[in-house]
Design a protein around this ligand. Structure first.
Ligand code: GAF
Length: 380
């Protein structure tokens, strides 16, 4: 993929690129819809990445080409280097992530030409958008020689790009893990302090299987914003700055507002599960980890109501296999992927069991925790 982007750049811009950067997609093991509640998440970076290759063009414009098959047209855009005049979102949609990051970069942007390609399934719940944002940001750091010292600031700038240019009020999890992911570890992140603890995830006897339903329901982004608003409302009624500070007994105050109660209950119990899961993994207690994953899915399905029949079907199909320790939806929900923890030597049997127990035509990835955003060397 990377060499393909280099070759494509040469074809499009009639010169060789001299800078390349990439950033990964992610899978969240547990801790869903907690990040925008100042809570805990436990994701890992994937081997699948978005790459950006390019070079300075000596002009006051940025020309960017995407090779992503799912991108809307046109696949080549040109926009000015932001100065007093701010960039604004528009069409095509894929370019908004690029423009948003260029606008929010903590440094002075120079004119550049670039080609983007990705191996992260687009819109598949593995955070292709954060991987694009963080890859573009990392590319700009290399292009300008201005590295944002605090990686948290870099993740926040990319999150702001998604809020302002893609109109998606996401939390910080995806940009954080794309920036700070580490090979061989999952990151337990406290989304309030933005401190992260690495927990090794290298047990060769364990497989992490991602199942992509290839389904995406339209209400995903409106429902996301609605859930966020409901959490905010719940916290306000409880007199808390966020649901992170609420306890289960305190939620009784929401009992006559059933929907807010259910949403808050998910967040409070999910934070608790995520802390327990990080501890279980550290202690090598994978059985417990799997049980917590199962409980997380049930809570997302019944209290938070962000699952869908396809994700439930895949999770149930996985759980029908005795070699599975736990299975749950991952990411925002309403389609996308599930994540399953299983014994490594039986991974193929697990995949067969899922295939045999669903009407869907999912794709599978047996995956490992991989590195975060990085600058790549251009092949000579
Ligand atoms: C999406 C968002 F972008 C994340 O910030 C997070 O809220 C997640 O849904 C749900 O946990 O990926």
């Amino acid at each position: 993929m990377y060499e393909g982007a280099v070759n494509h750049f040469t074809k499009e811009f009639k010169t060789q690129p001299d800078i390349a950067a990439c950033a990964p997609g992610r899978v969240n093991l547990i801790g869903e819809h907690t990040d925008y509640n100042d809570g805990f998440v436990f994701p890992m970076a994937l081997p699948m990445v978005t790459v950006v290759v390019g070079k300075k063009n000596g002009k006051q414009t940025c020309s960017v080409v995407t090779m992503a098959k799912e991108a809307d047209s046109p696949t080549r855009v040109e926009f000015p280097v932001p100065s007093k005049q701010k960039l604004t979102p528009g069409e095509p949609k894929w370019a908004n992530y690029v423009k948003g990051v260029v606008q929010n970069f903590k440094g002075s942007v120079l004119g550049f030409d670039a080609v983007i390609d990705t191996s992260v399934p687009i819109g598949g719940g593995l955070s292709s958008s954060a991987s694009l944002e963080v890859a573009v940001y990392t590319f700009l750091e290399a292009l300008t020689g201005q590295t944002t010292q605090q990686k948290k600031e870099k993740a926040l700038a990319c999150q702001a790009a998604e809020h302002d240019f893609a109109n998606m009020p996401c939390g910080i999890m995806d940009q954080f893990i794309a920036t700070m992911g580490e090979k061989g570890t999952a990151l337990f992140i406290d989304c309030r302090s933005m401190e992260a603890k690495s927990v090794p995830m290298t047990d060769p006897e364990i497989a992490i299987i991602i199942t992509d339903s290839k389904v995406k329901h339209n209400l995903a982004s409106s429902a996301y914003a609605e859930r966020r608003q409901q959490c905010y409302q719940g916290a306000q009624i409880l007199g808390k700055s966020s649901l992170r500070d609420a306890t289960l007994p305190q939620l009784q105050a929401l009992k006559n507002k059933e929907l807010l109660y259910k949403r808050a209950k998910h967040v409070v119990t999910e934070n608790n599960r995520t802390e327990q899961a990080a501890k279980a993994l550290q202690e090598g207690n994978l059985k417990k980890f799997g049980e917590l994953m199962n409980e997380s899915h049930e809570s997302l399905r019944t209290d938070y109501e962000v699952s869908c029949s396809e994700l439930d079907e895949l999770v149930n199909a996985a759980r029908s296999c005795p070699h599975v320790l736990g299975s749950r939806m991952t990411g925002g929900g309403f389609g996308g992927c599930t994540v399953t923890l299983a014994t490594a030597k039986h991974a193929d049997k697990v995949i067969d069991a899922i295939k045999n127990n669903t009407k869907l035509k999912p794709t599978f990835y047996i995956t490992k925790p991989s590195g975060g955003a990085r600058v790549l060397s251009i092949p000579k």
